[in-house]
Design a protein around this ligand. Structure first.
Ligand code: IPM
Ligand code: MN
Length: 360
């Protein structure tokens, strides 16, 4: 298969982790006889520095013309504590999601057996956890009208959802559940929010098309608690934009490191693959960033094009690296000096020589 992949490394550790994902994809191309072409473009703080815009038109056009986008990370501390900054790196990512119509963000959360002791949660509570979070990505409070009064003393962000916006992601969540443990949990705040009540109504209607899937509802505050107490109860979680953002960071504690969590953002025409973690500026250039989230995002990219054997090969390589503790310091490896690069090289070698890979 021929694939044109736009690579947007972004800020902080973005470039170093995406480099590993590209390495791994190139190994897959060689091994399985595919042609993957990579074209890079700036986004985020680095794009603001270079062009004045967090998402230059050339970057957006490249993404629109590509089969898929591999995204690194976004954000720079110089904007975080500056409420006066009118142009911000995150606007680049939000505009990209909107322009590409990436309405569903899929975030798998898994407890790997060999990492159970890395989580602060009790092993017996998390062992076997396997959740797929379906986060709505182009609506809600992230994209509603924003206001700040003249004296800058009152501000508001509007949270708005339409029936259509809810329906399209709900269908994807139910279809996913049909291939899994056949349960969808809608996370909302329907005891308070009008938008959540609309979500409940619409999702109930959609569920009628999927009689083999059980649907239940959970308020987001309770869901946040259940995620820690008993995450095994969840199969597919369906939720709106901001709740999904928060609950997925929380869920990353189950796996032992946020550096392991990948995601796919999909729409009708385009698809983008990105780790859920941020730009981790303190780690930039130190070789300590975990590339696994980016590498697993590359696996999700392959799944998107139905290259499942290829995707599984990457996952096997990742699991092997975790088993042998060839991991960056976030996972407390017993080996010293395992850098971002070494993890990438190990998984690349695993793909090129599946039988004789060992640590050297
Ligand atoms: C994420 C990030 C983004 C979000 C930020 C960088 C805008 O936290 O992808 O989860 O809030 O969606
Ligand atoms: Mn987030």
């Amino acid at each position: 298969m021929k694939l044109n992949i736009a690579v947007l490394p972004g800020d902080g550790i973005g470039p170093e982790v995406t480099e590993q994902a590209i390495k791994v994809l190139q190994a897959i191309a060689l091994e399985f006889d595919h042609t993957f072409t990579f074209k890079q473009a700036p986004v985020g703080a680095i794009a603001i520095d270079e062009t004045g815009s967090p998402l230059p038109d050339t970057t957006l056009n490249l993404c629109k013309q590509s089969d898929a986008v591999l995204f690194g990370a976004i954000g720079d501390p110089k904007y975080d504590n500056n409420p006066n900054a009118k142009i911000r790196p995150e606007q680049g990512l939000l505009k990209l999601r909107k322009e590409l119509g990436l309405f569903a963000n899929i975030r798998p959360v898994k407890a790997y057996d060999m990492l159970l002791d890395k989580s602060p949660l009790k092993e017996e509570n998390i062992k076997g956890t396997d959740i797929s979070i379906y986060r709505e990505l182009t609506g809600g409070i992230y994209f509603g009208e924003k206001k700040l009064n003249d004296t800058e003393t009152v501000a508001s962000d509007l949270c708005e959802y339409s029936k259509e916006e809810i329906e399209r992601i709900a269908h994807l969540a139910f279809k996913a559940a049909q291939t899994r443990r056949k349960k969808v949990t809608l996370v909302d705040k329907a005891n308070v929010l009008e938008t959540s009540r609309l979500w409940r109504k619409v999702v109930k209607q959609v569920s009628e098309h999927y009689s083999d899937v059980e649907l239940d509802f959970l308020f987001v505050d309770n869901a946040a608690m259940q995620m820690i107490l008993n995450p095994k109860q969840f199969d597919v979680i369906l939720t709106e934009n901001m709740f999904g953002d928060i609950i997925s960071d929380e869920a990353s504690v189950i796996g032992g490191s946020i550096g392991l969590l990948a995601s796919a953002s999909v729409g009708d025409k385009h698809a983008m693959f990105e780790p859920i973690h941020g730009s981790y500026p303190q780690a930039k250039g130190k070789g300590i960033a975990n590339p696994v989230a980016s590498i697993l995002s590359a696996a999700m990219l392959l799944d998107h094009f139905k290259l499942h054997n290829e995707a599984n090969m990457i996952r096997l390589g990742v699991e092997k690296s975790l088993q042998l503790q060839i991991t960056t310091p976030d996972l407390n490896s017993k080996h010293e000096n395992i850098t971002t690069d070494k993890v990438g090289n190990f998984i690349e070698d695993f793909i090129s020589h599946p039988k004789d890979t060992n640590l050297n």
